[in-house]
Design a protein around this ligand. Sequence first.
Ligand SMILES: Nc1ncnc2c1ncn2[C@@H]1O[C@H](COP(=O)(O)OP(=O)(O)O)[C@@H](O)[C@H]1O
Ligand SMILES: [Mg+2]
Length: 391
Amino acid sequence: MDPIANPFAPGAGSRPPSLAGREKILDDVRIALGRIKAGRHAKSIMMLGLRGVGKTVLLVRSGELAEERDYIPMLIEAPEEKSLAALMVPQLRVVLYRLSKFEKARTLANRALGALRSFASVFKVAYGEFEVGIEAEPAFASGDLETDFTELLIVVANAARAAERPVAILVDEVQYLEEQDLAALIVAMHKIGQKGLPVVLIGAGLPQLAALSGEIKSYAERLFQFINVGPLDTTSARDAIAVPIHTAGEQIDVDAIELIVTKTEGYPYFLQEWGSHAWNTANASPISLSDVVNASNQAVAALDDSFFRVRFDRLTHREQDYLRAMAALGKGPYRSGDIAGKLGIKVTSAGPLRTGLIKKGMVWSPSHGETEFTVPMFAEFMMRVMPDWQP
Ligand SMILES: Nc1ncnc2c1ncn2[C@@H]1O[C@H](COP(=O)(O)OP(=O)(O)O)[C@@H](O)[C@H]1O
Ligand SMILES: [Mg+2]
């Protein structure tokens, strides 16, 4: 059928034609936004899930819901190796300029801009030129990240309250934040919550994030409502395929839908990929079972070339071996000893490899001593991409 009219949208963060099965999560977001705006307490939200389940899409949608409720949203994606200060300063600056347009918040916003300026210079973040008249506020710069970031966020929040425009901080790929940066963010939000200030934090990341340690862990447990973002249930997965096709004025057979749901196991990214190829493969509506059978090979090939491939290419040969050894063991989660055994090396020498792979966001630890892929169906891909592997 006409590829130009194809409604499906495979791609990182691509808006799906139908955001299926996420009403409960979005309701939790609406409640938190509503409560914070009304000056009531609400936990920050942290969405955790594997790659391709739709976390970024949910975060973007949360930003829209926030904006509809008069929030000023700031969306941050934490890339590897970038500090919290470097991520926050330019965004907070935009927020503060917006707040300074409100007469009743101008003084506080300008003071916060001064604090931001001091913060940026102490943590050596390039921030460009500040407007004339914005004086640095050295009192905000002790050099201790937790203290300074907390103070900074409080002055920003005070300006937000004066303007009656709450701030929504949306952070994607939270797992890439250094532990000290995440700690500073958590401590700052904890203080904001105690003071009942109008700032809400909504984060998204890989599941390993829940494995924080020590004092920060207990803070985080009180601060966050952890939301598990998983594959779609069967009904929602069917909707994710059928609704966009019907909306486009076309049809798909029931057994064709069922095959897509089975093949994709309800993973949103895969649903988009299968839906897209099924549409393009079919000569005419309704899309049939045999269309989906034909489309499956293309969908797998497309995933191998993009979704899986980009992650594989970022690995060293030794890391590739490690993941291939996992795949050779069958279905996960995998025990460290078994993986090392498969590789023919000591557990102790496999340790650093595993740590590196966790840092890169390729694997995570569902429980002590266990390892699992962060990308669904990655084991099968590893078998395809390294078919003749020998330990
Ligand atoms: N609820 C949903 N229903 C159908 N498709 C979805 C849904 N959520 C996300 N998708 C699709 O899944 C893919 C991955 O979404 P993304 O937000 O990038 O996942 P993540 O951030 O968890 O890796 C995108 O192509 C998106 O259109
Ligand atoms: Mg994402």
